[in-house]
Design a protein around this ligand. Structure first.
Ligand SMILES: [Zn+2]
Length: 165
């Protein structure tokens, strides 16, 4: 009686265990593949994002260092190069064109418009620029003052030539 009970119980236990094991196996088998795939996907995404973030930081860093450099003040009138001055040389330049007159001053590695006979004097109010690719625009005079890096920047020169012509 006792033995049979025990056997029955054993059987039941066994049976339950087997079912559980089977369920586990089954569940695992069913879940494992998508779960792993999800994990791999997730890991790939994280990796891709990390690479993108790193690339972004690198580009930003390069741009920032690039922006901080500049050795030339380029004056463009109506999109064409009017003149180029060294940024290192402190001097005043008077730009007289058919549109009007602007006086530009280079001082301590910065450029600014000190005088202009345009309406509004927006160019004067734009203040100083000292970094590469920064610009001062005088819309009424179609004048653009830009700091550029000259020498060893062929891409920029080519691009500039296309714009100038
Ligand atoms: Zn102006």
């Amino acid at each position: 009686m006792r033995q049979r009970d025990q056997i029955n119980e054993d059987d039941r236990m066994h049976g339950v265990e087997e079912i559980n094991a089977e369920r586990r196996m089954h569940g695992a088998a069913e879940n494992k593949v998508p779960d792993d795939r999800m994990k791999i996907k997730k890991r790939d995404w994280i990796l891709a994002l990390a690479i993108l973030a790193a690339a972004g930081c690198l580009m930003l860093g390069m741009r920032l260092t690039h922006r901080q450099k500049g050795n030339t003040v380029e004056i463009r009138v109506d999109g064409a190069l009017y003149s180029a001055y060294p940024l290192a040389q402190d001097q005043r330049y008077t730009i007289e064109t058919a549109y009007g007159t602007n006086v530009i001053e280079v001082s301590d590695g910065a450029v600014f418009v000190t005088e202009a006979d345009c309406s509004g004097h927006d160019c004067i109010r734009q203040g100083k620029i000292s970094r590469c690719n920064e610009t001062i625009v005088c819309l009424p005079h179609k004048l653009v003052v830009e700091i550029t890096q000259r020498g060893g920047q062929q891409a920029q020169e080519t691009e500039f030539d296309t714009v100038a012509k």
